[in-house]
Design a protein around this ligand. Structure first.
Ligand SMILES: [Mn+2]
Length: 291
């Protein structure tokens, strides 16, 4: 991030990628906090379609997800072409297909750091639930062509793809990660080696031979007792200190970062606005360093 790069907030109001409703209501609640800051706020709303919830359907809401991502991709592409910085607030994690790919389209070659309890590295062949928010990291690695029809540009390379905080990887998803040799730093790795060391390593891998890094921060990486407002909680997550330390390390490496998402805040699952407050703290820190 160049110091004077103008930040743009984008509400990605989407929840068609997950069976649980409500993630589409999160972004606007968070941007309200920043509306008087002279920061441009843009938004993309989810298409008005009925949500498919049939468990047997392996590609639920494919059209709705694609329609949304195609629109979001155009918004992010325009911000990048203007030389500005997109900070996108989700929304379920399918929104990152659009943000990450629009960013790499403009930067040619990027790495990606995927901060998440989940791998999000399923394909249409391996997904058990058919909820498409389990596929976006595989999609931006070029493995789910049906989700990236709108993209004109490179995909992320496996060797520059890093997962931080992974602890809930599906049985059929793991072989995909092993086959592509995707680096995973688990929640236990974070507890054991500390955030600083893990994030140093993550940036080393993601920036090696690339022009920068896209950051996708899924708030479900945090322990659900601390941050219950997510659609698919995974027990035994990182602490609040660790979550904020990750944010500090992002700021320490800001020169590498070309675009960022904060996703999966679901206000309908939150308790006493715990998750909302954490999300705002993370956004405050990032925005302060960018504006
Ligand atoms: Mn995710």
């Amino acid at each position: 991030m160049v110091i004077d790069m103008k930040i743009n907030l984008i509400e990605a109001n989407q929840d068609l990628g997950v069976k649980v409703d409500g993630a589409d209501l999160g972004p606007h609640i968070l941007t309200e906090n920043f509306k008087d800051r002279n920061i441009p706020i843009k938004k993309v709303d989810k298409p008005k379609v009925e949500k498919e919830k049939d468990r047997k359907n392996r590609q639920k809401n494919l059209n709705g997800v694609n329609k949304f991502d195609e629109e979001l991709y155009k918004v992010i592409d325009k911000i990048k072409r203007n030389g500005e910085f997109p900070l996108t607030i989700g929304g379920d994690h399918t929104i990152a297909i659009a943000t990450a790919l629009a960013s790499i389209k403009n930067e040619d070659n990027l790495g990606i750091i995927w901060i998440d309890a989940h791998g999000d590295y399923n394909t249409f062949e391996t997904t058990i639930t058919g909820n498409l928010h389990g596929l976006p990291l595989a999609a931006v690695n070029g493995l789910c062509q049906k989700l990236t029809t709108f993209h004109q540009g490179n995909y992320f390379k496996h060797e520059n793809t890093v997962i931080v905080g992974g602890r809930d990887i599906d049985d059929w998803e793991m072989p995909n990660l092993v086959k592509d040799n995707i680096k995973i730093f688990s929640t236990n790795d974070i507890h054991r080696y500390g955030v600083k060391k893990i994030m140093e390593e993550a940036f080393k891998i993601a920036s090696n031979g690339t022009n920068g890094v896209h950051i996708s921060y899924d708030i479900d990486v945090i322990d659900p007792l601390l941050a219950p407002g997510v659609s698919v909680p995974a027990i035994s997550g990182i602490s609040l200190n660790e979550a904020y330390e990750i944010t500090d390390e992002l700021i320490n490496h800001k020169d590498y970062i070309k675009s960022m998402d904060l996703v999966e805040y679901n206000p309908t699952k939150d308790i006493d606005d715990k998750t909302k407050k954490i999300a705002i703290n993370i956004l405050e820190k990032v925005i302060k360093e960018l504006s």
